[in-house]
Design a protein around this ligand. Sequence first.
Ligand code: NAD
Ligand code: WQD
Length: 365
Amino acid sequence: MTDLPTSAPTVLVTGGAGFIGSHTCVELLEHGYEVVVVDDHRNSSPEALRRVEKIAGRALAASYRIDVRDRGALEEVFTGHRFDAVIHFAALKSVRESMEIPFEYYDVNVGALLALLGAMRDHQVAKLVFSSSCSVYGETQADAPLDESQPPRPTNPYARTKWMCEQILTDLTGAWPELACYALRYFNPAGAHPSGLLGEDPNGVPSNVMPYAMQVAVGRREKLAVFGGDYATPDGTAIRDYIHVVDVADGHRVALTRLGVAGTDCGEPAPAEPAEPVGPGMHVLNLGTGVGTSVLELVHGIEQASGRPVRHEIVERRAGDVTRLVASPAAAERAWGWRTRRDVADMCQDAWRFQEAHPDGYGHG
Ligand code: NAD
Ligand code: WQD
């Protein structure tokens, strides 16, 4: 493990052991940041953090097993470190579950953000990257790629928590002149780290299509139910914008840079236009590819990558699903000169590498 000069920026990552958080921690460590993680591991394994350090070849500055809503514990974390910025991933994320236990979703998703903002205000940490979601767009008539000007119409408690959090942040930036916040609306993150050491390891039955189909390919589940074969799409199945989790992680690094919290470039080519830091206020951007993929195309991609059949059966549509959700990535491209670099074939190959090596996830890998 290598040591860094003490001047390296320090970033607090909540939910840093989770799917997107762990990949982002790798990205930050590889770009010279000091990284502190808080996670209560309700949906992740501490093993993910050991692997983060192994891939990056550097240690986290610290990790704390706490609930972000625990203001006393959070205060100790903020007292022990001087943070330059915070990335807030910690949340509950299942649409279906949010309809069954909405109280828990409001409590965790809104409560954790408020606790975090309280600590940030008390310790004058004024830079935040917040995990938002394409689900805030909700029911949309648009066939064209969705841009950030579409009015949010969230249709379930999970999506409403994300939209509420965005509104809270907007209100706070109005009253806290130094606060600078990016809300990144991810579309459908998928894939895994190309090392095969880090990936998606959901608790219980996966509700997202990629981890479910991967578990079918590896023989852990019998077959994939394809929800709906009668959509107005070329093959009748619904279309989504899958984005590689390493591109999502990279987007967070770029967001930090634009907030004025830059790491080291690790020899990467300089961007065509030099980075202009954004000012205080609320900045909302989609993280997506702009490319739509149907469920059957994804199944085919997994079969190609794994060399195994993915048994599947077309069943009724899932309540609440829409035909097509594809991002316009134009605003991130304009603001950052940034585009995703990986496609669905990369996502399938990388996710398969992790799945094949860890058929039962981190627990038995
Ligand atoms: P994840 O469940 O893998 O990671 C979330 C992490 O937060 C987990 O490690 C969990 O243990 C932790 N956590 C949850 N509540 C906590 C609490 N109160 N205190 C401390 N730790 C807590 O989920 P993910 O896929 O990595 O998602 C990360 C963020 O991105 C979430 O905010 C999610 O809503 C958002 N998001 C995810 C997707 C997706 O499809 N994965 C899409 C859009 C937005
Ligand atoms: C993708 C497609 C399903 C499972 C959700 C959230 C969104 C974001 C990403 C958090 C759909 C189909 C799925 C299965 C299937 N998360 N499907 N069989 O619903 O697009 O988005 O996760 O913020 O906010 O809403 O993702 O992976 O569940 O579904 O056929 O077993 O796969 O119908 O067309 P979704 P998903």
